[in-house]
Design a protein around this ligand. Structure first.
Ligand code: SR1
Ligand code: MG
Length: 420
C-alpha cells in the first residue's frame, strides 16, 4: 500500500517514501531505500511515468493523472483508466504470454501500476524514425493480435465470462470517448482542438467534403461503439510498442475496450504506413529504399503470422458459442468458409481503421512524431498529403484491396505520387 489513502499524484520527492513499504517493490529494488533513485520519464499524452532504480533492480511506476497531460487540467479524465490498463495487462499476459510487461503491483485508489522496466527497449516509433530494424517484430505483433483477439472473443471464451467482462470494460467509457471524438470524428470537421500543417487545406477540403467517406467512417464508428467482438488493446500504435534489436513488447493498454477485431490490426498497420510514407524526411537516399521496403515487409509478415495463428486457434481452441464444432466438424462439414469470411471482415475493418488513423494523426489533436518531427513545413505537408490521400483510398476502396501485397502496391503508389 502507498502511504496515503486518498489519491495523490507522485512526485520525485514523494515516490520513495510512498513506495518503500510495498513488498513487491522492495524485493525487486532492494530494501536499502537510501540507494533508490527516481526519474520521471513520461512523454506520453496522459500519465506520469517514473523509473525507479535500486541496488538490486529497476521498475516502472505508472500513475494516471486526473486530467489529460497533453492538454492540462482543463480536460479532466477519470483515474479508472489505470484499473482498465491493469485488467487488460492481466488478460493479455495470460492470452499472449511474454508479450507485455510483467505487473508487480496495482493500487486502484492511487491509479498506480508498478511494472517491469523494459530495458534496453525503445519506443518503436523512435526506432522507425531512426531507421533501426527490429528482428522478429512481425512474429510478436502477429501472435499478440491473433491470441488476444481470438482468446478474448466468443470464439473462445465462456459466454457468461465474456459478457461479464464486456460489462466491466464498458466502464472505460471516457477513454472510448477520446477515440470516438479524436479518431473517428474530429478529423472530418473543423473541430476545436484540430491542427494541421499549412498547405494541406485543399486536401482537407476534399476529405471533409466527401460524404461517402464520412458515411464509411461513421459505419466504422458504429462498429467501434456497438460491436463487442473481443477485448482490444485500444491504442495499438507505434508508441505502444517497445523494442530492442530483437525483442518486442506491447505496452499501454489503458484504452482497452470490447470492440471489432480489425481495430487493433488497422491501427498498427497504419502506423507502419505512416512510418513508411514519412521516411524520405528521415533517411538519406542511400538507405531510404531498403528501410522503406523493410517496413512494407513487416506489414506483410505481421498479417501472415496473424492469419496463420488465428487459423491455428480456430482449429484448436474454438470452444465458445460462435461457429461451434457441433455445427461443422461434428457434422462432417468444413468450417473453412466461415473462417475465410471472418478473416475477410477483419481485413476490411482493418483497412478502414488504417485510413481513419492516418487522417486523425495528421488532422486531429494528437499527431505522430513520424511527421511532426519534420521541421521543414513544405516537406512535411508534401508527405502528409500522400498519407492523407492514401488514407482516403483505404477507406473508400477497401474492397479492391484484397491482401497485404495489394496494400503494399498502394503504399508504393502514394509514396511515388505528388498531391500538392
Ligand atoms: C488526449 S489523448 C490523445 C491520444 O493519445 C493516446 O495515445 C491515444 O492515441 C489518444 O487518441
Ligand atoms: Mg499510450
Amino acid at each position: 500500500m502507498t502511504t496515503s489513502t486518498e489519491y495523490e499524484p507522485l512526485t520525485l520527492e514523494t515516490i520513495v517514501p510512498r513506495l518503500k513499504l510495498i513488498e513487491p517493490v522492495t524485493s525487486i529494488l532492494g530494501s536499502d531505500t537510501s540507494k533508490w533513485k527516481a526519474a520521471e520519464i513520461g512523454d506520453g499524452n496522459l500519465n506520469l511515468v517514473f523509473i525507479l532504480k535500486g541496488d538490486k533492480g529497476s521498475l516502472i511506476v505508472k500513475q494516471a493523472l486526473p486530467y489529460v497531460r497533453l492538454v492540462g487540467d482543463s480536460w479532466p479524465l477519470p483515474l479508472t483508466r489505470a484499473f482498465f490498463e491493469y485488467n487488460s495487462l492481466v488478460r493479455q499476459n495470460s492470452r499472449a504470454p511474454n508479450s507485455v510487461p510483467k505487473v508487480f503491483f496495482f493500487d486502484k485508489v492511487q491509479a498506480l501500476i508498478v511494472m517491469e522496466f523494459l530495458h534496453p527497449h525503445k519506443i518503436l516509433r523512435g526506432k522507425l524514425i531512426a531507421g533501426e530494424p527490429v528482428t522478429g517484430i512481425s512474429e510478436v505483433l502477429g501472435l499478440f493480435c491473433a491470441r488476444t483477439l481470438f482468446r478474448g472473443s466468443d470464439l473462445s471464451m465462456d459466454t457468461s465470462d465474456k459478457k461479464n467482462d464486456v460489462a466491466l470494460f464498458l466502464g472505460n467509457s471516457a477513454l472510448c470517448d477520446i477515440t470516438e471524438s479524436l479518431v473517428f470524428t474530429d478529423p472530418y470537421f473543423d473541430a476545436k482542438m484540430n491542427h494541421n500543417t499549412p498547405g494541406l487545406e485543399k486536401i482537407i477540403g476534399q476529405i471533409r467534403g466527401d460524404i461517402n467517406l464520412k458515411v464509411k467512417v461513421q459505419d466504422a464508428l458504429m462498429k467501434f461503439s456497438s460491436n463487442t467482438e473481443t477485448l482490444c488493446h485500444g491504442d495499438l500504435h507505434s508508441g505502444s510498442v517497445m523494442c530492442t534489436t530483437d525483442d518486442t513488447k506491447i505496452i499501454d493498454p489503458e484504452f482497452g475496450f470490447y470492440g471489432p477485431m480489425g481495430f487493433d490490426i488497422g491501427m498498427l498497420i497504419s502506423n507502419f504506413l505512416m512510418a513508411y510514407i514519412s521516411q524520405p524526411a528521415h533517411r538519406s537516399s542511400k538507405n531510404l529504399v531498403k528501410f522503406q521496403d523493410w517496413i512494407l515487409e513487416i506489414i506483410i509478415k505481421f498479417y501472415e503470422v496473424f492469419t496463420n495463428e488465428f487459423t491455428n486457434l480456430w482449429k484448436t481452441e474454438r470452444n465458445g458459442i460462435l461457429f461451434p464444432k457441433s455445427l461443422f466438424e461434428d457434422q462432417g462439414q468444413s468450417s473453412e468458409k466461415a473462417l475465410e469470411a471472418l478473416l475477410k471482415n477483419i481485413w476490411f475493418d482493418a483497412l478502414t481503421i488504417s485510413g481513419i488513423e492516418i487522417h486523425r494523426r495528421i488532422l486531429s489533436l494528437a499527431h505522430n512524431a513520424d511527421f511532426e518531427d519534420i521541421k521543414d513545413e513544405i516537406i512535411r505537408s508534401r508527405l502528409e498529403a500522400k498519407a492523407l490521400m492514401m488514407g482516403k483510398e483505404l477507406i473508400l476502396n477497401r474492397e479492391a484491396i484484397n491482401d497485404t501485397n495489394a496494400l503494399s502496391i498502394i503504399a508504393r503508389r502514394f509514396n511515388q505520387g505528388s498531391f500538392l
